[in-house]
Design a protein around this ligand. Structure first.
Ligand code: FES
Length: 109
């Protein structure tokens, strides 16, 4: 377990999500009612930028083909669709988050 600082709490208001660099990847942080959750920003389907999608409650929708994930767990809630073809998508990778003072820390595991 090695938590590393990713952002500061004042960078992310409730209902917002943004991506932040950590090591050699981008981490999606989502603030849901004051609770912070972290996912790999890269969609497990074809690498879409989840931070450019839509956050609705605890669900993020990928901007590329519409796959949906629970930001709390990374669980896939809806598959991708290209034209009329539905494609199965796995879960997004989720990471442990904690806050220390104003700092948001993530453990990449
Ligand atoms: S890249 Fe995210 S749904 Fe296709």
């Amino acid at each position: 377990m090695a938590y590393e600082k990713v952002a500061e709490a004042n960078q992310l208001k409730p209902g917002e999500m943004k991506r932040f660099p950590l090591q050699n990847r981008m981490i999606l942080l989502a603030n849901v009612g004051g609770a912070i959750y972290a996912l790999d920003n890269k969609c497990p389907h074809l690498g879409g930028d989840l931070s450019a999608g839509v956050l609705d409650g605890t669900m993020v929708t990928c901007p590329r083909h519409g796959a949906k994930f629970d930001v709390r767990t990374g669980e896939n809630l809806g598959n991708a669709k290209i034209a009329f073809i539905k494609m199965n998508v796995g879960n997004a990778k989720s990471f442990s988050v904690k806050t220390e003072g104003n700092d948001i820390l993530v453990d990449l595991g």
